[in-house]
Design a protein around this ligand. Sequence first.
Ligand SMILES: Nc1ncnc2c1ncn2[C@@H]1O[C@H](COP(=O)(O)OP(=O)(O)OP(=O)(O)O)[C@@H](O)[C@H]1O
Ligand SMILES: [Mg+2]
Length: 256
Amino acid sequence: MSAERPDGANILEARGLSLRFGGATIVDDVSLAIPEGLFVSIIGPNGAGKTSFFNLLSGLYRPTAGRVLLDGADLSGLPPAARVRRGLGRSFQLTSIFPGLSTFENARLAAQAARAGNFAFWRSATRDRTVRERAVWALETVGLRGRDQALAGSLAHGDKRKLDLALLLCGEPRVLLLDEPTAGVSAEEVPIMLDVIHQIRRVEGKTILMVEHKMDVVHDLSDRVAVLANGRLVAYDTPATVMADPFVRSAYLGVT
Ligand SMILES: Nc1ncnc2c1ncn2[C@@H]1O[C@H](COP(=O)(O)OP(=O)(O)OP(=O)(O)O)[C@@H](O)[C@H]1O
Ligand SMILES: [Mg+2]
């Protein structure tokens, strides 16, 4: 796929990634290069392999073939936590929220976990302060600062999704993998959530890969759109070009 920089210094790259389960090919020889700072959306029908592709990038699944590179370094064999520590962050999809702890404690633990592995860290008051500041900053960024002391389990669904995003930010990712971040979020909350994501991209300059079904959202936020169908990458271009492609429109967007 097209490299944006002449030196080919893409922050994230999939090279010939494939995933097969039994006889089924779930992800089929996908090569995709993401330049730093870009917002790339991944679209495609249900079952196209979008989540599976993310699982390969994040290390949750081991590819049948192919490689994932972060800043040119091969991540093969690295478990998910090691990939997170290198800057490849994936949203937790609510599974790592502790419902019985406050919103702030959840964020603090996520920030602390991101720094784990450094034993001396635990004795350092300065680093403890850094962790707290990181948690406060993440909650502020997603607009949950006012809900600091609320039990995470008592948050409305939309706020839980924001907390999920805050926990991801606590890990100080360089690349964010967001799998349908607005799924299940109420109609009034969707624009707020999208604003938060846009803010992360614009202010923080993060590279974002987002799986999303809402075409207007994809069109407005993305620099590039990748289309997956039956596990294959069938298009990767600007939103305008991808959405004007008659083949993509009829076969994969259900537009005639
Ligand atoms: N662990 C697994 N074992 C077997 N099959 C799987 C596994 N994970 C995914 N699949 C299959 O792989 C295909 C792609 O699934 P995937 O969840 O990646 O699609 P998707 O594009 O994310 O779909 P959706 O838009 O519905 O989220 C589906 O046919 C699914 O049933
Ligand atoms: Mg999915």
